[in-house]
Design a binder for this molecule. Structure first.
Ligand SMILES: [Zn+2]
Length: 127
């Protein structure tokens, strides 16, 4: 078996995290999954140029997919914290850094780590 490079591991992890959040938001249709694949392919090139950015890939893929979804479907992920007012999307913070989180900039709260949105929006995983 070929060993998997740290860069490939970071890309695999980013893909899995963003897909988990898409599943949590029930928007993981085939064409949406392909948006993730497109982003991962672009970020593979990016991180090959700048290997130190491997920790940043998850946050970047999340933002790429968010931008792509905004054009095709609308805002994602919708804020689960604010019960009233206009529906609004969460933002990724830091935009370029490790351990990215979804935050609501209106309420000023961290909602969930990227990849853990299902737990924040939850209720669906009751056992
Ligand atoms: Zn909010």
């Amino acid at each position: 078996m070929d060993p998997i490079s740290p860069l490939e591991q970071a890309l695999h992890a980013a893909r899995a995290l963003v897909l988990a959040d898409l599943v949590a938001g029930e928007v993981a249709q085939a064409d949406v999954v392909s948006l993730v694949e497109d982003s991962v392919a672009q970020r593979r090139w990016w991180v090959e140029q700048w290997p130190d950015g491997a920790d940043y890939v998850a946050g970047l893929v999340a933002q790429d997919v968010q931008d792509a979804l905004l054009e095709r479907y609308g805002r994602w992920p919708l804020c689960p914290v604010c019960g009233s007012g206009d529906p609004h999307a969460l933002d990724v913070e830091p935009e370029l850094g490790p351990n990215p989180h979804w935050v609501c900039s209106q309420a000023g709260v961290k909602v969930a780590a990227v990849g853990s949105l299902g737990r924040a929006t939850g209720g669906m995983t009751s056992s």
